[in-house]
Design a protein around this ligand. Structure first.
Ligand code: ZN
Ligand code: MN
Length: 484
């Protein structure tokens, strides 16, 4: 039997604020354990939280970007559960009054049509510390260590809607998560590096026979930290649930973990329901009342979103949609493109050179675009030189390789390496004469009216001149000599 999937995400995103959510400790990665901690984020008796305004701003920015209703009143709540990385015995989160509700994120569905995926709510909460188990490391002793650097780092939880336009396939799940990550990066609130735990997701999945209405029980796979594992877990889960239904069984509502070694899901614990957490308003924090101006300022200063940038690059520079999508995948790349484009007379060629040549160099060097040593102005200048025929594409690539190595501009490399193109037609004519002498058969073919082999002659001249001839001029000279 064929099944439809109903998938929805709960995504946790670490915000890139300077400081933590309720204290002045820095948000920092790759630092020694327990060096950014204080009485507040380690839950000492009597310590009181003070809300980080920047984190609220970022939460609202996400809400605006994801078309949510922004609640003027919101409140923090205690979510009670015991775990050693949660020093207070509760997590400060939000429950009945989150900052943002009822949003959507538009993706391109598997059928090629736009599909607004429902977002139920976005709330702000604090991250927990991190446990390091001895079994994860080198020694045999049985113990766990706890690092509170992450404790109370601001975490945005974006909760998908199970009933309002959920995701309908594993592929759509992937598209959604990629798009979400792209938007959060564009609006500058998180780097969303999954390998650093800055983006983690829990995925809910249920299935039903194709075309059926109503819902079966769903399972939740917790804490996935890579796209690959997420896809594998969903595929495994979909198959597992289908087998249960086909054998006449019922799906148990439960929380699962994905075993990254065995590539299977396994039960973690039966799913807690809200009452188990005994949520109640946090008495240490005041209700938050957002002023209209605060929200409006965030709305009007919202950075350009990916789909807006795609459109602008298509409109302003006449770039085809497929290329515009590639250029805008990463905001830094599209920033680089637009920085170059302001100096470039041939944006189409520019886009081609970025996608083909620059991406190759970045990949070989394992560089992010931020580490690219070529100034946008110099990159644009090189493309101008190629576009005007002053430099052949082949030589252009060599110059680019050098620019990437040295960070120098194209002129100085051309000067140093003697790559200056041959502009002098008399000098070119010498090459043309030599090539024509060497290829009398080809010349007579052309004289008889077959113009195709002209390309061959041009190629020979290019080779003789070590690529420094301008092919356009060479063609003209050949035609002139043959009276064409
Ligand atoms: Zn602290
Ligand atoms: Mn959460």
């Amino acid at each position: 039997m064929e099944y439809d999937a109903i998938i929805c995400f709960e995504t946790h995103v670490e915000l890139k604020t300077e400081t933590k959510l309720f204290c002045g400790c820095r948000v920092a990665y790759d630092i020694p354990p327990n060096t950014e901690v204080c009485p507040v984020c380690t839950g000492q008796p009597g310590a009181l939280p003070v809300l980080n305004k920047k984190a609220v701003e970022y939460a609202i920015r996400a809400g605006v970007a994801l078309d949510c209703t922004i609640n003027q009143r919101s409140r923090f709540a205690r979510k009670n559960y015991f775990y050693p990385d949660l020093p207070k015995g509760y997590q400060i989160s939000q429950y009945e009054l989150p900052f943002c509700e009822n949003g959507c994120l538009e993706i391109t569905g598997d059928n090629g049509n736009p599909y607004p995926v429902g977002i139920k709510r976005i709330h702000l909460e604090e991250d927990a510390g991190k446990l390091v188990h001895s079994s994860d490391s080198f020694d045999d002793a049985d113990y766990s260590l706890v690092d509170y650097n992450r404790s109370s780092v601001p975490l945005l939880e974006i909760v998908g809607d199970h009933e309002q336009n959920p995701l309908r396939s594993i592929q759509e799940a992937r598209t959604y998560l990629e798009k979400l990550r792209q938007i959060l990066r564009y609006i500058g609130i998180s780097d969303c590096k999954m390998e650093k735990g800055q983006l983690r997701c829990d995925v809910n999945l249920s299935i039903r026979p194709r075309g059926a209405k109503g819902f079966n029980n769903r399972t939740e796979v917790k804490n996935m930290s890579s796209f690959r594992f997420m896809m594998e877990a969903l595929e495994y889960e979909m198959k597992r649930q289908a087998e249960i239904l086909e054998s006449g069984g019922a799906i148990e509502q439960e929380t699962l973990l994905f075993d990254e070694v065995k590539h299977i899901t396994r039960p973690m614990r039966s799913k807690e329901n809200a009452p188990d957490y005994r949520y109640f308003p946090d008495p240490d924090l005041l209700e938050v009342n957002l002023e209209d101006k605060f929200v409006n300022d965030i709305r009007s200063a919202l950075p350009e979103l990916p789909h807006q940038r795609v459109k602008r690059i298509m409109d302003e520079y006449a770039i085809p949609r497929d290329d515009a999508l590639i250029l805008t995948k990463d905001r830094d790349i599209s920033d680089y493109f637009t920085a170059c484009a302001s100096h470039c007379r041939d944006p189409k060629k520019l886009s081609h050179w970025i996608i083909k040549e620059l991406f190759r160099l970045l990949k070989d060097a394992s560089f992010a675009i931020g580490e690219c040593p070529i100034a946008p102005k110099d990159f644009a200048e090189l493309v101008n030189l190629v576009s005007q025929g002053n430099v052949t594409p082949g030589i252009g690539r060599k110059i680019l390789d050098d620019m990437f190595k040295t960070g120098e501009n194209p002129e100085s490399i051309i000067h140093k390496k003697g790559l200056k193109p041959i502009q002098d037609d008399d000098q070119l004519a010498v090459f043309v004469d030599a090539v024509m002498d060497e290829n009398p058969k080809v010349v007579s073919q052309i004289r008889e009216g077959n113009l195709k082999p002209i390309d061959f002659l041009v190629g020979q001249v290019m080779r003789k001149s070590k690529g420094k001839a301008n092919p356009k001029s060479v063609i003209e000279i050949i035609r002139g000599k043959l009276g064409l």
